[in-house]
Design a binder for this molecule. Structure first.
Ligand code: SF4
Ligand code: SF4
Length: 172
């Protein structure tokens, strides 16, 4: 009995089921790279991270924390993103908004500490989906390499945008 129903379009063709065909297709890619570098003397790699290849517009990038139209932090430290994160990558410490910061926050609580561990994050986008305030989005560019584990911890200061604006996308 078929447990998973696969759409006709995605069903494997006869040749795809044949391992020799797949191995041959892989070897063709290798041969192509061999001729390009060995005979034409052209590079098949790029100087990453100085150069990057074009990425899909569906790419989920680094996290950004948004401000509203009055430049107040949208995040109210509700912890929805932290609880919904399947990789346990978000760490938030909430605090009462002090009077001198009242103009920066819409409610009486804010995220004093907001960290994302990029070595744990799987870029699933669930934090974005879970946020009831439209405060966190994965639209902050491509994750870059680093030479120390500490550099993969994104702090609030790294993620918080300077200027605010309307909500991105629809929030229900
Ligand atoms: S993208 Fe997914 S894994 Fe990464 S912080 Fe958000 S919920 Fe966690
Ligand atoms: S980013 Fe959104 S979901 Fe996460 S704590 Fe802030 S308001 Fe809540």
């Amino acid at each position: 009995m078929a447990i998973v129903k696969v759409h006709e379009k995605y069903k494997w063709k006869f040749l795809e089921k044949n391992y020799f065909y797949s191995i041959g297709a892989g070897m063709l890619v290798t041969l192509g790279a061999f001729f390009k570098t060995g005979i034409l003397n052209k590079a098949v790699t790029i100087r990453y991270p100085e150069e990057t290849r074009p990425v899909s517009n569906r790419l989920r990038g680094l996290h950004t924390l948004k401000r509203d139209e009055e430049d107040r932090e949208r995040c109210t430290a509700c912890f929805c993103c932290q609880w919904s994160c399947p990789a346990d990558a978000i760490h938030i410490e909430a605090a009462e908004v002090p009077p001198e910061r009242a103009h920066l926050h819409p409610e009486d609580k804010y995220a004093k500490v907001f960290q994302v561990d990029l070595l744990r994050c799987i870029y699933c986008g669930l934090c974005e989906e879970a946020c009831p305030k439209g405060a966190i989005y994965l639209d902050g560019g491509i994750p870059m390499p680093a030479d120390h584990r500490d550099k993969f911890i994104r702090n609030k200061e790294d993620m918080l945008e300077e200027k605010g604006g309307p909500l991105i996308g629809e929030r229900i």
